[in-house]
Design a protein around this ligand. Sequence first.
Ligand code: UD1
Ligand code: CA
Length: 457
Amino acid sequence: MTLTPPPATLSRTCLAVVLAAGEGTRMRSGKPKVLHQVAGRSMLGHVLAAVTTAGATAAVAVIGPDRDDVAKETRTILPGARIYVQRDRLGTAHAVLSAREALEERLDDVIIAFADTPLVKAETFATLRAPLAGGAAVVGLGFEARDPTGYGRFITSGDELLAIREHKDASAAERAITLCNGGLMAIRGDLALTLLNKVGNRNAQGEYYLTDIVAIARDLGHRTAFAVVPEQEVHGINDRAQLAAAEGMMQDRLRRAAMMSGVTLVAPETVFLSHDTRLGRDVVVEPHVVFGPGVTVEEGAVVHGFSHLEGARIAAGASVGPFARLRPGASIGPRAKVGNFVEIKNTELGAGAKVSHLTYLGDASVGPEANIGAGAITCNYDGFNKYRTEIGEGAFIGSNSSLVAPVSIGRGAYVGSGSVITENVPDDALGLGRGRQSVKEGWAAGFRERAKAVKKK
Ligand code: UD1
Ligand code: CA
């Protein structure tokens, strides 16, 4: 996805501060909350990607103590990101100030994001930045809450944001307000430290509230602004039920984007996509297909029902499934066919090749127009190492054959059904590796006579 930030923000530098120090105890999990996944990517990953797309020129993550796993994920997604540790959890302003060193660099814009709020769109971060270019000191992100309990309330006047009042500090009249704080903010880089340094902790929770910088900025005579998004977008995650709800919303978004770009999803609610699934025009996806990360399907290919794909490429006009499993490194050539109960891993299938039924191909390359019979498998693993199988163009592998790697089958060669192939088969040869058949005329009739005689006694 590429996005052009609003013209006003184009030439401005921007620091994104992503707060990822959440305890996440309600997840009841051995791993930190922000590493739980939505559409095949961690929540933290979604947020880091969104702020980058929105034009952040520098990014920092604020993490909890001893969270090497969160630091590692941050570096995997954004190698240039800096990491700061918040030792004590003293509130959102305190968390932001853990990145004091980065704030001292005074980039033009600062955006604050929460790593447990993964559905915020890149456009929204860009929208939030825009008023800063016009001189606003702080921009808040609001939403109309169905149930405002627990959220900070927006105290507004026209298009100005006067203050944000945390639920626990709000008067009865303020609690009646339904325009709530989504949590994210944009702050002018030259003012960020000045504003944050003035935040105190004399409030109902004894915390340093980031939200206080709105009133502080106004007291100093600065202008403030706010944007409003649908509640869905600022859906925060504290437990597994909220995680599942986020997954559902993200799936709806991904499915809709796929359909709008010319993909047929016969039953979209049954198809699960990853954040990076790429589906070409006129691709058809039948019901109950799961796309793990890293799948590309090119124009006009069909994925039949109940297939599971991950790390795979399917070229134009190919057909996969029903009940196919493509694992990482599967590359299915143009017009190739992968049928039911076929598993393919780290294997290239040439143009027009067919693997129609009940096959395992691992660490192999299959030439164009080759035909792999039902039940044929590559024996690619000896318990210690993996070995390759090469199958030439137009080769024909008879049903129920085992190809014991490393081994190669030449162009146009045949392998007789039921063979165990341990030696290379040259081009245009026949490879046979099985017991020779013997036929005993009349044996069955004689057997029946003898058997009946035994049974009578
Ligand atoms: C915050 C907002 C509230 C808003 C709500 C939206 C403040 C003071 N309040 O409240 O107005 O309606 O989000 O969901 O900002 N965090 C840290 N370190 C801390 C405290 C928090 O990293 O010391 C991180 C959390 O991991 C989380 C985010 O900041 O990602 C928000 O913190 P949380 O405690 O959930 O704030 P809320 O009380 O929900
Ligand atoms: Ca929260």
